[in-house]
Design a protein around this ligand. Structure first.
Ligand SMILES: [Zn+2]
Length: 337
């Protein structure tokens, strides 16, 4: 028995993922500090609408509203006893929307970080992390999620714990890290290190990659890092719609739909298979990405110069890989070109 995502990956050479969860929910009235997962039960119509944004824009998969649905995060709102319920309902609403789409759409059960730091710096242990992720995974499975989608991870320990939880739940999974610190994750992981970590897992993901981070340009550089690692696993690119800017007391992302259309095609040309957006990516961005991917021919592998020309400058000089990143990056750029 295979899941919808596996079948899609077997038959298609690119898949459109979804956009932002937070940005779109804030636009529907979620206040900052309010846990979005409670809306699964309190405002199921709004969550169905969030999922429909993606489906109606042409997405082949979307993530459930369960990013912070682990016991540790929900505890901040005294809802740690509702992990199973909130995740189950997140997936149930997703199942309903996906099954009405009239084409195969995968429901991907979002699993975000616990928010805790691993020992010895913090209190989190491998066993605790596995237990929390497993509890969440069982809820998502019960609600009908096709796969688990582990995202915005920065610590390799947490990535491994989530992989083990997926195994305990008997679910296929995908996993992405957020490379937001000069090309590395907050805990120092580079694109090359994630590519190698993934292959060492006892149950590797169906696909892996990067989400969120800084802007679309930085994310592209990370994707190019995965590709140059030689991985044969499908790569996920979920970049933010530009750079966050404070404006009138709220965060606004400066990426236009046209920029995100360019980004989507650059990601595909660079070798990504599953392409979507993260923070700031609204329905109009997704529509532009779908249009661009459906109508534009594949192009040659982009160089770093192609990326900055279309998407803007990188936030740092290097992507954090290599001892002498300047020249080695240049060599790789030529090989790719
Ligand atoms: Zn994001």
């Amino acid at each position: 028995m295979t899941n919808t995502l596996t079948r899609l990956l077997q038959t298609r050479d690119w898949l459109l993922a979804d956009g932002a969860t937070g940005t779109n929910l804030f636009n529907m009235g979620l206040s900052s500090g309010e846990p979005p997962e409670l809306w699964n039960v309190d405002h199921p119509d709004r969550i169905a609408k969030l999922y429909s944004f993606a489906v109606d824009a042409g997405s082949d998969l979307f993530l459930t509203n369960s990013f912070g649905g682990n016991a540790s995060r929900l505890k901040l709102h005294n809802a740690q006893g509702r992990v199973r319920e909130l995740n189950r309902v997140a997936a149930e609403i997703g199942r309903e929307v996906a099954d009405k789409a009239g084409r195969p759409v995968a429901v991907c059960g979002s699993v975000g970080p616990t928010g805790d730091i691993f020992a010895p710096m913090g209190t989190l242990t491998h066993e605790l992390a596995v237990e929390m992720f497993h509890e969440q995974a069982e809820g998502l499975k019960e609600g009908g999620a096709d796969v688990l989608w582990v995202e915005t991870i920065s610590a390799p320990e947490e990535f491994k714990a989530a992989a083990e939880a997926a195994k305990l739940a008997g679910m296929d999974w995908c996993g992405t890290m957020s490379f937001d610190t000069a090309g590395r994750t907050m805990m120092g992981v580079t694109s090359a290190q994630l590519a190698s970590l993934v292959e060492k897992l006892p149950n590797p993901p169906l696909a892996f990659g990067a989400n969120c981070g800084v802007g679309a340009a930085d994310l592209m550089r990370t994707i190019m890092g995965f590709v140059s690692s030689g991985t044969e696993r499908p790569i996920i690119a979920k970049g933010n719609a530009g750079i966050p800017k404070y404006h009138d007391g709220h965060i606004h992302y400066d990426g236009t739909p046209a920029l995100m259309g360019d980004y989507a095609c650059l990601a595909r040309d660079a070798g990504a298979t599953i392409i979507g957006g993260c923070c700031g990516t609204m329905p109009e961005h997704l529509k532009a990405m779908h249009e661009a991917l459906s109508t534009r021919e594949r192009g040659p592998r982009p160089t770093l110069e192609d990326v900055t020309e279309k998407l803007g400058a990188f936030s740092s000089n290097t992507d954090g890989t290599g001892d002498d990143p300047g020249p080695s990056r240049e060599r790789r750029g030529r090989r790719r070109g």
